[in-house]
Design a protein around this ligand. Sequence first.
Ligand SMILES: Cc1cc2nc3c(=O)[nH]c(=O)nc-3n(C[C@H](O)[C@H](O)[C@H](O)COP(=O)(O)OP(=O)(O)OC[C@H]3O[C@@H](n4cnc5c(N)ncnc54)[C@H](O)[C@@H]3O)c2cc1C
Length: 316
Amino acid sequence: MDFELTSEQQALCRRARDLADRAFAERAARWDASEEYPWENVKDLAAAGFMGMTVPEAFGGGGRPLLDVILVIEEIARACGITGRIVVEGNLGTVGALDAYGSEAQKRRWFPWVLEGEKPAIAISEPAAGSAATDMETRVEETPTGYRIHGHKCWITGAGTSRLYLVYGRFGGRAGAEGIGGVFVERDTPGFRIGRRELMMGLRGIPEGELHFEGCAVPRDNLLVGPGDGFKKLMAAYNGQRLGAATVALGLAQGAYEKALAYATARKQFGRPIGDFQGIRWKLADMAIQIDAARLMIHRAAARAGHRFPDALEAA
Ligand SMILES: Cc1cc2nc3c(=O)[nH]c(=O)nc-3n(C[C@H](O)[C@H](O)[C@H](O)COP(=O)(O)OP(=O)(O)OC[C@H]3O[C@@H](n4cnc5c(N)ncnc54)[C@H](O)[C@@H]3O)c2cc1C
């Protein structure tokens, strides 16, 4: 496999790194301390074309393959993890699912939101359904005009700041994975309420919170995938998001490594830079190896995926 980036990809990385160094690095601590959503950065991301990079050109997007998005996420997360996560969800997850399974009308309605800076949310987890997502209890009831949702989601990234939510739920009381499908819910829909925000130890500029659906009615056109193979399809799309999440961690690790290396070179003790001591060198070498291994695994999964979702095993 060829791991060389093309000259176009190298230029894309430079453009993302310039923006991250120029604008995002110095603001990064502010979002964490204030727990504010970085709207200022969102404007910059949209202006740079980093939201909706995977959206097909026919809908005004970048039509880029997965690897290009991954390259941008790493550069942005290297300076600001919170903003990196916005790039993940502005290109993968719900955006990928909408592209793969959405109707023309759904794409015409919601892709423009993404291109303007919307980071849609994905609502799977519930208090009693974490790793065991197929235990979810949120109910989606069919009505003559569409669907009515009853249930409670938690840990939803962007709860309140996102305008669009892809909500997973159980249709018609059917048990197991085969009963699960996904519908879109817009934030201001009656019967949909944003609940408690979690207290976070880091990456505090994006809310992780609860969603409550109390007989929330959405039109039939909001259905993305119904039960049967719906859950399988949604999880295939989620593999893109997994790779994005891994890339945020990679970017943060790369940024931390660069700072550690610079400090170990500048800081002197006993008349020498502390980076001359073997104990510190071992740490830096281990960091460099793990970062390189992570990057290679991520790039392999992304390059093999092309414009499609990554393989489940490689993404995991
Ligand atoms: C920062 C953050 C953002 C999130 N954003 C979203 C979001 O946007 N949308 C969303 O839907 N969810 C989101 N989540 C929820 C996330 O998907 C869940 O945390 C995850 O599915 C794990 O569920 P849990 O936390 O309930 O852990 P549990 O499922 O309770 O697992 C607890 C522990 O048990 C282990 N475990 C569980 N099952 C097994 C098993 N079968 N074999 C071995 N070990 C096992 C797990 O590895 C873990 O260590 C977010 C979570 C966090 C922390």
